[in-house]
Design a protein around this ligand. Sequence first.
Ligand code: PNW
Length: 457
Amino acid sequence: MTGRLTFPPDFVWGAATAAYQIEGSTTVDGRGPSIWDTFAHTPGRVLGGDTGDVAAEHYRQFRSDVALMAELGLPAYRFSVSWPRVQPGGRGPANQAGLDHYERLVDELLGHGITPVLTLYHWDLPQELEDLGGWGARDTASRFAEYSRLVAERLGDRVPMWTTLNEPWCAAFLGYASGEHAPGHTDPALALRAAHHLLLAHGLGVEALRAELPAGAQVSVTLNLSAVMPGATSPEATDAVRRIDGLANRLFLDPLFRGHYPADVQRDTSALSDWSFVEDRDLAVISQPLDVLGINYYAPTLVDAGEPKEGPSPWPACEHVRFVDQPGPTTAMGWAIDAQGLRAVVHRLHEEYAPIPLMITENGAAFDDQLAPDGVRDHERISYLRDHLTVVHQAIESGVDLRGYFVWSLLDNFEWAYGYSKRFGIVHVDYPTQRRVWKDSAYWYRQVITTNGIDTA
Ligand code: PNW
C-alpha cells in the first residue's frame, strides 16, 4: 500500500550546515583561531588527523553552493556564523571583513529566494576566550551577547530567523567532560559549569537580539533532545533513564521553559558541584520567551543499569548507567535507526512543556555512500528521511505545532571527531576536486519540496 502525505502549505523545508564543518579558509579575511582549529591540529584528537582547514571550501564557493541550493528548490538554509571571523579574539570591535562575508552569503540567498536561518554558535569558540577559561568562565556568556549584537546589527534587517546556540549539551559535555570534542577537557564539574554558562549566554544573547532585531524576527535555540528508553524493566533501569533524561533533556528544557534546574540532576551531581555558579537573576535571563524551539534528532537512546566503563564519560554521576545497543539497523555512526524516538521527543515536548512552535533543525544520517560514475545510490538515506518525515507528518496531524524540517546536511562535511570519514550530505563532496555530486537523496528531497509531501512505502 502506498500513500501520499501532504504537509501544511506554509511548512518550511530546508537543509543545514555549520561554519567549521564546511567553510575552510580558516586564516583568511582576519579570522582568528577557534577551539576547533586547535583541537583538530592536536594529534590524536580527530580521526585521520583531519582538520577544517579546507573542508568543503564553502567560504570560497558559497556562490555556486547557493546556486546548488536554488537548483534543489530549497526554501530555507540553516547555516552558522563563525564567531572568530566576526571577533578574531572573541572580544572587541567587529572584524568587518568577516561580517562582509556573511552579508554576501545572506544577500546571495535572498537573491535566490532562499530564507536564511542563522545560528550564532555552532561550537567554534574563539581560542582566546578558551584561554581565559572558555565556557567554564562566566564572562564568556557576556562576550557571546556582545558578539550576538554585532551580528544582529549587520544582518538584523535581512535575516528573519535567529538561533543562539546549537546543541549546548554537546558543547558542554562532549567538550568539557568526555573530551571527545573541543576543547577536549575531561572534567565533569567543569562541564556542568559550562552548561550553565552556555544557557546564560543563550539568555543574554536573546536580550541582545531582542534589542537589535526588527519586530517579527524570530529567536530560537536548538537542542539535541533524546528519547531515552529503558533497556529492561527494573527499578535500576528506570533510574538510569531518569539520570540520562535529566542530563540530556531536562537540564536544558527546565531552565529554558520552567525557569529552574531539575532538582534530581542537582542532587545527583552534588558531590561534584555545589552549583554556586548559578546566580540570582540567571534563571530569569535564561527563561525569556522564545519564538521557536529547534530540535536536532538522530537516534533514540536505550539505557540500563550496568558496570562503570573505563575512561572519561560525557554523563556526570552516571557511573552505573550502561548504554544498550538497540537491535536492528544502524547508520555508519552506529546509531540505531528508529523514527519512533523522534515521535517520542516531539510528543513529550508538546505534552510536558507545551512550549512554542517547534522546528526540526537537524535530522539525517551518515551511510557508507559509494560514488559511482552516475551518482550516489543512497536509498538507505532516502528511507531514513522518509521514515522520519512520516513521523513529522503524524505529529502535525495530531496537533503538534511543528513548523519546519531541515535535513542534515546539505553537503558532506567535517564530522567533528570523525573528520571526513562520515558523510551526512544529500550532496556528495569529492574532496580532492571539491566537485559536488547530487546523491539520489538530493533528487528525492527536491521532489519532496516541490510536491510538499512524501510518498510512503
Ligand atoms: C550534531 N552525540 O552533532 C551537530 O549539530 C552537527 O554539527 C553534526 O554534524 C551532526 O549532529 C551529526 O553528528 C552531534 O554524540 C554530535 O550524541 C554528537 C552527538 C550528537 C549530535
